[in-house]
Design a protein around this ligand. Structure first.
Ligand code: NAD
Length: 410
């Protein structure tokens, strides 16, 4: 099953539970638009190369399409379609007025100079200028794209359309209209959701051991925020391996070790473990914050954690879900757990439209109630209907999307 087929499977199961008809399921099983272009850039050596560029606009019933742009040599259309669909679900789970989209360029940025990457960014923005915009489709960073690339895209788009429109893209540098708090937003949103569950379960953070797979933006900030809230970080990993220490690890020391020695596993901070070991290590909370498809049929039964906080997109394969459910593991699903990122992107868009900028405190004071309210709605649905949190999140989101589609007469 490819990632889009997995989305359709989850959609159909959720749709059955809320009695959606076949026409609506069919409508939610295909994107509204797939835009494909070829872009050319001049290489530093004088040659010209072409890349495939695309944007998938999945559903905009609740508001403009929203989602990242990736620069990746294997940017697969099934993945992009699935990620675009999941953006629509994610925005609906947290109740922000945006739809779902995703895009990219099939290129290897590791083989391009900074000047060549700038050309890719500018060409993408020019090629898509008629299809994106503050009220139409709002891109953001994703794999191998960053605030600087968003800045090039904003600049090129504004030159092409001939007006200032900072809200056409999010994840910008702060000096160019980015939002305070965007850096840690994904982890912060996940922490609010996790804290809500921990409270419901009557557990004490200081009794809970945390293992984090992936020590990048999402993983590092999650470890940092949870450590500050009294949780014990016992394991962390990155692409080169991991470290386990039952006495606890300091997130800042892990970060420094990764910076100076290339990996959290290199600082003699505990026992060296593999990424596979990390998933099944002795802990209470497991946070996959790296890649998709990490918890599968072959390893799910060995997970020891009682809570999984999915900061990565799609870390749990569909076949693993029933195994985790059987083991009574609470899985806080990606569409809820990592939705703090898109929520602060929404705040950035709002600030750009108002031309009035908020402090970090403003951002957090608006993020917390959104995440907690979204958790409550999903948790209640899961309890009332005996569903997993993932099923409940999908149903909550689909009901909201379908309601507006029906109001629009679709
Ligand atoms: P990042 O590039 O900052 O960090 C990724 C980390 O994963 C790095 O530490 C890398 O070493 C590690 N990694 C790579 N391969 C690995 C492997 N095989 N095993 C273990 N670790 C590995 O990325 P990020 O922004 O933190 O994103 C991580 C995940 O969170 C992705 O799935 C992303 O889609 C998801 N996510 C991120 C955001 C966000 O705002 N950053 C928002 C929503 C979802």
């Amino acid at each position: 099953m490819n990632s889009f087929e997995r989305y359709v499977k989850t959609l159909k199961e959720a749709a059955k539970k809320i009695g959606l008809d076949d026409a609506m399921i069919a409508k939610l099983s295909e994107p509204n638009n797939i835009i494909e272009k070829t872009i050319d850039i001049n290489k530093d050596d004088g040659s010209v190369v072409s890349f495939e560029a695309y944007r998938v606009q999945f559903n905009n019933a609740r508001g403009p399409y929203k989602g990242g742009i990736r620069f990746h040599p294997e940017a697969d259309i099934h993945d992009v379609k699935a990620l675009a669909a999941l953006m629509a679900i994610k925005c609906a789970v947290v109740g922000i007025p945006l739809g779902g989209g995703k895009g990219g360029v099939k290129c290897n940025p590791k083989e391009l100079s900074e000047k060549e990457i700038e050309q890719v960014a500018r060409s993408w923005a020019r090629a898509m200028a008629n299809d994106i915009g503050v009220d139409q489709d709002i891109p953001a960073p994703d794999v191998y794209t960053n605030p600087q690339i968003m800045a090039y895209m904003l600049d090129e788009y504004e030159k092409t359309v001939g007006r200032s429109e900072p809200g056409m893209i999010t994840g910008k540098p702060i000096a160019l209209g980015g939002s305070q708090g965007r850096d840690a937003a994904t982890a912060q949103g996940g922490v609010y959701v996790l804290q809500s569950l921990v409270k419901k379960l009557g557990k004490n953070p200081s009794d809970l051991r945390v293992a984090v797979q992936g020590y990048g933006n999402a993983g590092y900030h999650a470890a940092r925020l949870l450590h500050a809230a009294g949780y014990k970080i016992v394991a962390a990993s990155d692409s080169k391996g991991g470290v386990y220490n039952p006495e606890g690890l300091d997130p800042e020391v892990l970060s420094q070790t990764k910076k100076e020695q290339g990996s959290v596993s290199q600082g003699n901070l505990g026992d060296t473990i593999s990424n596979e070991d990390l998933l099944t290590c002795e802990c209470d909370i497991l946070i996959p914050a790296a890649l998709d498809n990490q918890l599968r049929e072959d390893n799910a039964s060995n997970v020891k954690a009682s809570i999984i906080l999915e900061l990565a997109n799609g870390p749990t394969a569909p076949e693993a879900d029933p195994i985790l459910r059987e083991k009574n593991i609470h899985v806080l699903p990606d569409v809820l757990a990592n939705a703090g990122g898109v929520t602060v992107s929404y705040f950035e868009w709002v600030q750009n439209r108002q031309q009035f900028y908020w402090t970090q405190e403003d951002v957090l004071s608006k993020l917390q109630p959104i995440m907690e309210k979204s958790f409550e709605a999903v948790f209640e649905t899961s309890q009332n209907k005996s569903l997993t949190l993932r099923e409940a999140a999908f149903i909550t989101a689909l009901s909201r999307i379908v309601e507006v589609m029906q109001l629009r007469g679709l």
